[in-house]
Design a protein. Structure first.
Length: 134
């Protein structure tokens, strides 16, 4: 009989808190992947922009890293100008890579002269160990 063994799965902390995003890269999620296998990583990053008194456009770039492999995606959030209103989206990403640290890091930039109360990001990362490709 065949006795299949489920692959090891690693995930980011359920107690993580959202990071405030700006023009400087901020880590929105991280998980350590043990040495040995390669991994298929999945990241879902929730981004939230909180409006100030005027409409604004936030351009947010997130980079997902698994070992030495990276993938990036960019989204635009437009706030409505009603102070305190939120606009949100989620960026799903997947990436294969080697052992090491798996992270998502994001930056947020606004058009000149615009402002928002805040832009935050929080990433859930899961990685599954895969068989060696040899």
């Amino acid at each position: 009989p065949c006795h299949a063994t489920a692959p090891q799965e690693y995930g980011s902390s359920a107690t993580a808190t959202a990071a405030t995003l700006s023009g400087t890269s901020a880590t929105t999620g991280t998980v350590a992947l043990p040495t040995g296998p390669t991994y298929l990583g999945f990241a879902n990053t929730k981004l939230v922009a909180t409006s100030g008194a005027n409409p604004a456009t936030a351009t947010i770039k997130c980079t997902f890293t698994v070992g030495a492999s990276t993938a990036s995606d960019t989204v635009v959030l437009r706030t409505d100008g009603t102070s305190g209103d939120t606009t949100s989206t989620t960026i799903p990403m997947q990436l294969a890579g080697a052992a090491g640290t798996s992270t998502v890091a994001c930056t947020s930039t606004l058009q000149s002269g615009q402002s928002v109360q805040s832009v935050t990001g929080l990433s859930a990362i899961n990685a599954i160990a895969t068989a060696a490709n040899n």
